[in-house]
Design a binder for this molecule. Structure first.
Ligand code: FMN
Length: 213
């Protein structure tokens, strides 16, 4: 069947008027625009375990190499475990002078993504899919998050009594930061920066992502 078969059938029966797709909630672009890495949180909002469960629930529907589903998720809510995680992560490494997060704005809920197998390249692809899914779900729920790769693996493993290898963390909370995406040229710096209370995130444009043929 030709790629545009359905389109042609619609046109034949309905004229050029295509059926309207009713969008519920965020569009993909909107969701992606709002899904920014957040390094400051409102501690008055305490993330519940049930919210973390909902977020991980999104990972029951994602792709996985050979459908092996080797990733597991350890949930951490406000309390001594969250304090331990905070003592063993590094946020905002590109803005060292700011010492992020500012005192009193630390995240207090985390999802620790672990693997049931010794991590290989497939595990890391699964991991990327899971992390982006988690981040999108967090945004959809009106919360904010950040993927954290800079963490002390030994201390997190010991402190949370993990029997599986932790690969990456995600902090979750109600963010207090303002973000803006900017479009940059390939030669420009990729470093995120802050100005007048806004966290700017430079991104390459579509034409710079596509390889010239
Ligand atoms: C795999 C991965 C690991 C990351 N680790 C950290 C980290 O340890 N600390 C941190 O502050 N940000 C971390 N980030 C967030 C990136 O700095 C962030 O994605 C980047 O600055 C672009 O900002 P954006 O997520 O708002 O687009 C990580 C992101 C990814 C995808």
């Amino acid at each position: 069947m030709a790629d545009n078969y359905l389109e042609k059938r619609y046109e034949a029966t309905l004229g050029s008027q295509k059926p309207k797709i009713k969008r519920i909630g965020h569009t993909m672009d909107e969701l992606l625009r709002r899904t920014r890495s957040c390094r400051g949180y409102n501690k008055d909002y305490v993330v519940k375990r049930s919210e973390l469960e909902r977020i991980v629930g999104a990972c029951t529907k994602i792709g996985s190499a050979k459908n092996q589903q080797v990733l597991r998720y350890r949930l951490v809510t406000k309390g001594p475990e969250a304090d331990l995680v905070n003592a063993n992560i590094k946020l905002g490494g590109m803005l060292p002078e700011l010492h992020l997060p500012y005192a009193g704005t630390e995240p207090e809920a985390f999802i620790v993504v672990c693997s049931t197998v010794a991590a290989n390249s497939y595990t890391y692809v699964d991991l990327g899919i899971a992390l982006q899914t988690i981040m999108l779900k967090i945004t959809e729920m009106g919360l904010n998050g950040i993927v954290i790769g800079a963490f002390n693996k030994n201390e997190i493993t010991r402190g949370l009594n993990l029997t599986l290898e932790p690969l990456m963390l995600v902090a979750v909370g109600k963010g207090i930061e303002k973000f803006e995406l900017t479009t940059i040229n390939p030669d420009d710096s990729r470093a995120y920066y802050r100005k007048d209370g806004i966290h700017y995130v430079p991104k390459l444009g579509t034409n710079d992502l596509i390889i010239n043929d």
